[in-house]
Design a protein around this ligand. Structure first.
Ligand code: FES
Length: 353
């Protein structure tokens, strides 16, 4: 039996706890409780198994990973194992002493998320008073520490016109890299799709703003477009079970952060099985790996090894069957579901507010 190539990255979702409550949160509708979270010894074993399997990078994520008191210890473990470590954080819990210990533990990179450039816009999304000022302060501390930093701005209908100001803020804060990421509609985010989805004109305007900034040079820019306005799907996660492995706060192992909605399959847990066994032979990871599972028109499509059939979770959420062609594709019989999305809805549904 030929085993698949090892994953490149581990997304370690240390906790679902988070001080923010963004309407586009891609975590599941039901969040995992603190009492169910893996302990430090189990996360250490997960990192060791990941390194043994061939993983190169670990992304400490959440929720807000800084809510975990053992984050520094886990960063040290990653350093000991030669895993490149990235902290994905909102920054609102970061201060100088905490940053110093993370730096000493060997943290390689920080991805700091921003909800907007204006205080009002940031508070409308994140729901935390004073969050914007705390994030700007966090960015200055990170810059002073010398840890490489990416600023991540999630954009949607309400803030997409402010992309030029986002770049200006990133340059002022000394970020080496900026990610402008249009909202993706998974988990809780799908509930708010119709209030968040930008128009095609707004998308084109945002693309022009990104191109203009790229032309200035001096800033690396990643740009993630909303696939609802595309006519071919994105290669979600670089292909199911091909590059990424996610571990949820309670230890479930998934090919992507949204996969828990897939019905009629058991979700393996690091408390019961090794990461390598899960990656190589579990039914979940082999369910949509490669191209054998594909229906038409994917099966005979010349792009099938480029987009890998798009996103299984989106196919499930929109068509009721994860094995259908991603409805983003204009060749999908369900493409009308994507074309009809969007409205002038302006109210968000927030978690727990
Ligand atoms: Fe699960 Fe795209 S988010 S396959």
């Amino acid at each position: 039996m030929t085993l698949p190539s090892p994953p490149m990255s581990l997304l370690a979702e240390l906790t679902h706890r988070c001080p923010l409550s963004c309407p586009y949160c891609s975590n599941p509708l039901e969040l995992e409780r603190k009492a169910a979270e893996l302990d430090t010894a189990t996360w250490t074993a997960v990192l060791e198994q990941a390194a043994e399997l061939g993983v190169l990078q670990v992304h400490f994520s959440g929720g807000e990973p800084m809510a975990r008191p053992d984050l520094v210890e886990l960063v040290s473990v990653a350093r000991r194992l030669n895993l490149y470590s990235n902290l994905i954080t909102s920054g609102v819990l970061l201060d100088e002493p905490k940053l110093e210990v993370l730096d000493r533990a060997g943290l390689d990179h920080i991805q700091l998320s921003f909800q907007d450039v204006t205080e009002a816009g940031a508070e409308r999304i994140g729901g935390l008073k004073g969050a914007q000022a705390r994030k700007v302060a966090a960015a200055r501390l990170i810059r002073a520490s010398g840890i490489p930093m990416t600023l991540n701005f999630v954009v949607h209908r309400e803030n997409v016109a402010r992309i030029p100001e986002m770049f200006a803020l990133a340059r002022e804060l000394g970020a080496g890299r900026v990610e402008i990421a249009h909202t993706q509609y998974y988990g809780w985010g799908l509930k708010n799709r119709d209030a968040l989805l930008p128009s095609r004109e707004q998308l084109e305007e945002s693309t022009r703003a990104v191109e203009a900034e790229r032309a200035k040079g001096g800033l690396s820019i990643d740009y993630v477009t909303p696939d609802y306005h595309a006519d071919r799907p994105k290669p979600c996660m670089g292909g199911w079970g091909q590059r990424f492995v996610n571990v949820t706060p309670s230890g479930r192992v998934l090919p992507c952060h949204a996969a828990e909605i897939i019905p009629d399959v058991s979700f393996p847990n690091v408390k019961d099985v090794t990461l390598s066994e899960i990656w190589n032979i579990s039914p979940l990871f082999n369910m949509f790996r490669g191209t054998d599972w594909m229906p038409e028109p994917c099966r005979s499509c010349e792009r099938k090894e480029r987009d890998w059939g798009g996103c299984r979770c989106q196919a499930l959420a929109l068509t009721g069957n994860a094995a259908n062609t991603d409805p983003v594709c204009s060749l999908s019989p369900f493409h009308n579901l994507v074309e009809q999305a969007g409205s002038q809805k302006t109210e968000f549904v927030y978690r727990g507010r």
